[in-house]
Design a protein around this ligand. Structure first.
Ligand code: FES
Length: 105
């Protein structure tokens, strides 16, 4: 078994895949207003974003709609927008929820 496979088995992720830990991103302070990026907390996928007001948020990187990566989306003011089906999300703790109720037609 190679070292990378051994680390993957022990950590639950590949430490060489280029996705930084949340703490490293926060220490570097490298999130500009309007940006969202992928990170992880241990093995848990996370998204870090700086909303339009400058508020920094850290949420689990899983859209409540269908599991899309929130970090693949974008910031729109105080909302995060999931790129998969364009749900507008507001941050509630470490998770997101849909900002507007579903409209039935
Ligand atoms: S998975 Fe995010 S909007 Fe559908």
């Amino acid at each position: 078994m190679g070292l990378t496979q051994q680390l993957h088995d022990e950590l639950g992720y590949d430490p060489d895949d280029g996705v930084p830990q949340v703490s490293d991103v926060l220490l570097a302070g490298m999130i500009p207003v309007g940006a969202v990026m992928r990170a992880r907390e241990g093995a848990v996928p996370m998204a870090i974003a700086r909303l339009g007001s400058g508020r920094l948020v850290v949420v689990e990187d899983e859209c409540p709609h269908d599991g899309g990566r929130i970090s693949d989306g974008f910031v729109d003011g105080e909302l995060l927008v999931c790129a998969r089906h364009n749900w507008e999300l507001e941050v509630e703790g470490r998770r997101c929820r849909r900002a507007t109720p579903c409209k039935l037609r």
